[in-house]
Design a protein around this ligand. Sequence first.
Ligand SMILES: [Mg+2]
Length: 388
Amino acid sequence: MINIAADYSNEDLSFVIESAQTIVLRSPVKTPVQTSFGTMTDRPAVYLMLRDTQGNTGVGEVWCNFPTCGAEHRARLLESAILPALVGNEFLSPEQCFQTLQNQFQRLSVQSGEPGPVAQSIAGIDIALWDLVAKRLQLPLFKLLGAGQANIGVYASGINPTGATESFLRCRDAGYKGFKLKIGFGDEIDYPNIESICSQLDSGEQLMVDANQAWSLDQAIVQAVRLADYPITWLEEPIMADSSADDWITLAQASNIPLAAGENIASVHSFTAANQSNWLSVMQPDMCKWGGFSGVIPVANEALENAKSYCPHFLGGGVGLIASAHLLAAVGGDGILEIDSNPNPLREKLYAPVVENGRIVISDEPGLGIDLSVLSALQNDPALSVAH
Ligand SMILES: [Mg+2]
């Protein structure tokens, strides 16, 4: 169950959605985003705008990072299959709607061979619904969800192997104290970057590394031992995310660096197994990829109960980033929010928080605080808007 703040626990969270609109955007980028499994030469986003019968609106985001051509598919999937189950029906709360849609589309997920896109679509709906009900109550969402604290830790993510040191210095100048470097490109590329950044880390600063599933178990064990020579806070997805628990445990036993994963976990069963495991130290669900608020809050709470750190994964547009910030504020703990350090107008125009001393403060605007006029301007920009 989602914990609503005590002051608002009797509020009516029911709704009937009258209309829904999917917005597909794609922005070319000058500097490609490099990962060990591929390169992004443009950045997509799928935003979802819901309007209830009282005229309230909510905005969500649906994961569609890789490959970027998948954005249009998510929008079509929503419009043809999933939104018809939402629009016109009464739900008691966003959480009840989330459970209903999950149950309703479970068979289609399996039959279509597309559990990911279906889960991502439902996640985006859930985010929009929580934005809508909080806006209707004139409350910032993190307050509705029980957080008294709007101040959260953040880190700069997506530091490419090309120009890594320059990116690290730029992020430090922007107020960050945590930095995550992409690795898994070969020792001759990875280690000069790690050496360079580690040699310049100040007290209170931290480096994380993300291999994006680059290695076999044997390779990962060798790498984990070598990486332990450096002050690295966590090692993210060194092996395939769906490796067996036995492989993860073997790796964890060989690694002195805490292991992080979660962006590629997509079921309650798998999240619970990871939360209750001995191998995982940092739980990183992506709320636009699975779960939205309704799915991820219980996962994050379970992570904290099992002495893990909850650090939201996010590398998409502005709606999902601010939603991830509200989610971390609501859950609490000592986790830090991932903020993509690569230029992306689909993120920056909607949400560009001021980072000071490694932290941000979430605004007191109702709901998620998304400026609908900015969203509308993006949608009406022919250089960004994509027909689908
Ligand atoms: Mg990652």
